[in-house]
Design a protein around this ligand. Structure first.
Ligand code: ZN
Length: 194
């Protein structure tokens, strides 16, 4: 079993606690990837930490794709991938829907703030991100061939590593699972009437 852990920042404060907890619940032999520069804030441990995986080898900046942000392609990527995370398969909700929902709900709790701790956990897990499968700073291109839809957990957990380095399957080798799920795009008009 492989897992990325990032969002446990809301509950747990030590990597030992998280690792043990995860193994108790799910799989004693689980290969745990902890990746956080937020989780250990309280103990001044701010370095990223991934079990036994060396730091990614970055390439010179001038060799990287001039376009880093996937924004130009992201909606096409989400639609192609049926609004599901290509790593873990979780359903994602369109950014437009979430923004409108936040506005309508008008709750101090359900917010997408500027910091990790001010983003509601549900939003972290459902907000779609277009992720570079082969990391941009290792030479990955910002285009439809190298971007996949990702949930926040997988995006954060994968960080700047390749699938090979993490020992996970390349999501581009699997076709997107398309069904009726559309990231709630078809329900946006209902929210607009609220
Ligand atoms: Zn995911």
């Amino acid at each position: 079993m492989e897992c990325f852990i990032r969002n446990f920042i809301y509950v747990y404060r030590s990597k030992k606690c998280i690792t043990n907890h995860w193994r108790e619940i799910f799989d004693p032999a689980a290969q745990i990837f902890l990746n956080s520069n937020v989780m250990y804030k309280d103990s001044n441990e701010t370095d990223n930490y991934i079990c036994n995986i060396p730091k990614p080898q970055l390439i010179d900046e001038e060799l990287r794709d001039k376009l880093r942000s996937p924004r130009k392609y992201q909606n096409k990527v989400f639609e192609r991938d049926g609004y599901k995370c290509r790593y873990c398969g979780i359903r994602l909700i369109s950014q437009e829907f979430i923004k409108l929902f936040i506005k309508n709900l008008d709750s101090p709790i359900f917010q997408k703030g500027a910091t990790n701790l001010s983003v509601h956990g549900i939003i972290i897990n459902t907000w779609p991100v277009a992720d570079h499968v082969f990391p941009w700073n290792m030479g990955g291109q910002t285009n439809l061939e190298n971007l996949v839809s990702s949930c926040g957990s997988c995006n954060y957990g994968k960080d700047g590593y390749t699938c090979e380095q993490l020992g996970i399957e390349d999501p581009l080798l699997r076709k997107p699972i398309l069904d009726k799920w559309d990231g709630l795009l078809s329900r946006i008009n209902e929210l607009k009437r609220v």
